[in-house]
Design a protein. Structure first.
Length: 278
């Protein structure tokens, strides 16, 4: 498909640049009174959640297991169906979309998964190229036929995260940290406006977890992408997020700078709960 020597001369160019100052006044994401109840459950997992997210903002979502963090991210892009409330991405009402309109809107939201969600038998490069499979013609996507410029861009992005020598490696031969970097590249290669990041470091050791969070933040900023990051590690949330949203039992109990959370507040957020659902 291409020569490695040619790829070495390329570098990743962010898909987006800094938004004009005036544009920052308009929220990119608006969530209002969002509720989710799983079939057969006695009560809602999310209970009237509401917040906004500005372009380029990096926000952490924290809370105990069962507080609704993962459900929130999946409800925003409709991997989980809300039972009530509203999600707007720019001027699009996400909760009103169906079929092709929903698929097109999802292309504007890249997702990084805790369990990587890669195709193990595929090469590293192919997994990243899948980030734009929705924008390809059906037959070209089926046979993995991509334009040379698209291949070069994906290879340059992988080089940016230190995987330039692994383009032809099968994903199942990689370490956990390497797999997560492939997932980051795939999500960003989609050229989204919003990144939804679900526990990206939960299975990684502390040093690699720190590197992964730094790469997500830095690449999101370089590309002009907003990020909503569900994270279990409070220290990482404090280090990398400009703002933190704390959930307890499906309700937002804090939305603001991390510095406003003292030990007592954090203790309340992570206090034992009888809710076991995510």
């Amino acid at each position: 498909m291409f020569e490695s020597s040619e790829m070495a001369q390329l570098r990743f160019v962010p898909a987006r640049h800094a938004a004009p100052a005036a544009a920052l006044a308009e929220p990119l994401l608006q969530v209002e009174n969002l509720r989710v109840r799983y079939p057969g459950a006695p009560e809602d997992v999310l209970r009237g959640v509401g917040f906004t997210l500005a372009p380029r903002e990096f926000v952490a979502v924290i809370g105990a297991s069962g507080s609704g963090k993962s459900t929130l991210l999946r409800a925003i892009n409709r991997l989980v169906e809300p039972s009530a409330g509203s999600v707007r991405l720019g001027d699009i009402e996400v909760t009103a979309l169906q079929g092709g309109a929903l698929r097109r809107c999802r292309r504007r939201m890249g997702m990084i998964f805790q369990e990587f969600n890669l195709i193990e038998r595929y090469r590293v490069l192919d997994n990243v190229l899948l980030g734009r499979v929705g924008s390809q013609q059906a037959l070209r996507a089926l046979f993995s036929i991509y334009p040379a410029t698209m291949i070069a861009e994906a290879a340059a992005l992988l080089d940016r995260v230190g995987l330039g020598a692994f383009l032809d490696q099968r994903v199942d031969a990689l370490s956990g940290g390497q797999r997560q970097r492939v997932g980051i590249c795939r999500a960003l290669f989609q050229a989204p406006e919003l990144l939804l990041v679900d526990e990206p470091t939960s299975s990684l050791d502390p040093r690699i977890a720190n590197d992964i969070m730094a790469q997500i933040r830095d690449l999101a900023q370089e590309s002009g992408v907003a990020a909503l990051c569900n994270i279990h590690d409070v220290a990482l949330a404090r280090q990398f997020a400009s703002r933190v949203i704390a959930l307890r039992d499906g309700i937002i109990v804090h939305d603001g700078p991390f510095d406003e959370l003292d030990e007592a507040a954090l203790g309340g957020i992570y206090a034992a709960t009888d809710r076991s659902r995510l």
